[in-house]
Design a protein. Structure first.
Length: 234
């Protein structure tokens, strides 16, 4: 599953209780961070299907997003891939220890984006920034079974100074998803995890299981897409 609006993945929830001080640990992804107020909006998951998220075909008044507001204090510890609260960034994957039991609560998408005061709020003991794995990055790039996705990192401009949506010289091919990215996601460490090429485009094709093609040569991309076309027509 993918994880983000356009591209989403449901984060697992881990609850651990302590008999005396009721510490709970919740895993999610930073949706928004306010360094001045020392607050972090944490997205945990949702009840929407992948198709609903991609098409935005759902009732915005329905409560289908699990999220909460984490309030940091002077005694809040930040560790992992961050050393302080000011190091926290959107999209970072986090494990947050709160100072009481955690209760799952769904909110509307409007609350997630605009009305943070309506989010359930928890005082935070510790924020641990957890690194992404290659498997997680690739999972976000997969598409439906029988379909293919094309990802282009550092695309080259065409003669008009724009970017071609399908840089395949032997005719258009119907990808389910085409994404062009000018800068690899540093928070997710995409460049290192995917082994993106320096000073040249990186072409990646995925199916429902993962990456099936990667190259920095457009001719190799053309040849591979032609094989996919032949496979579909046979």
């Amino acid at each position: 599953m993918r994880f983000s609006f356009g591209i989403l993945m449901v984060i697992s929830l881990l609850l651990t209780g302590c008999a005396n001080n009721q510490i709970a640990s919740v895993e999610g992804k930073i949706h928004e961070v306010n360094h001045e107020k020392n607050t972090v909006v944490v997205y945990v998951g949702d009840t929407l299907t992948e198709n609903q998220m991609e098409t935005m075909d759902f009732d915005e008044n329905e409560k289908n997003i699990e999220a909460f507001l984490a309030q940091a204090g002077n005694d809040t510890v930040v560790n992992g891939e961050a050393d302080s609260f000011n190091d926290l960034k959107m999209e970072q994957k986090v494990s947050i220890e709160i100072k009481r039991n955690y209760e799952e609560e769904l909110v509307t998408i409007g609350t997630l984006f605009e009305n943070h005061e309506k989010l359930p709020t928890y005082d935070t003991k510790k924020v641990t920034v957890v690194p992404y794995s290659k498997e997680e990055i690739v999972a976000e790039m997969t598409v439906d079974k029988g379909k293919y996705g094309l990802y282009i990192y550092n695309p080259i401009t065409n003669e008009k100074g724009g970017y071609d949506a399908y840089p395949v010289s032997n005719g258009n091919f119907q990808f389910q998803k085409v994404t062009m990215t000018h800068a690899a996601n540093r928070v997710k460490n995409t460049k290192e995890l995917l082994g993106l090429y320096d000073d040249s485009p990186t072409y990646i094709i995925t199916d429902d299981k993962g990456i099936i093609f990667k190259s920095n040569k457009e001719k190799e991309l053309d040849a591979f897409v032609e094989k996919l076309r032949e496979k579909e027509t046979n």
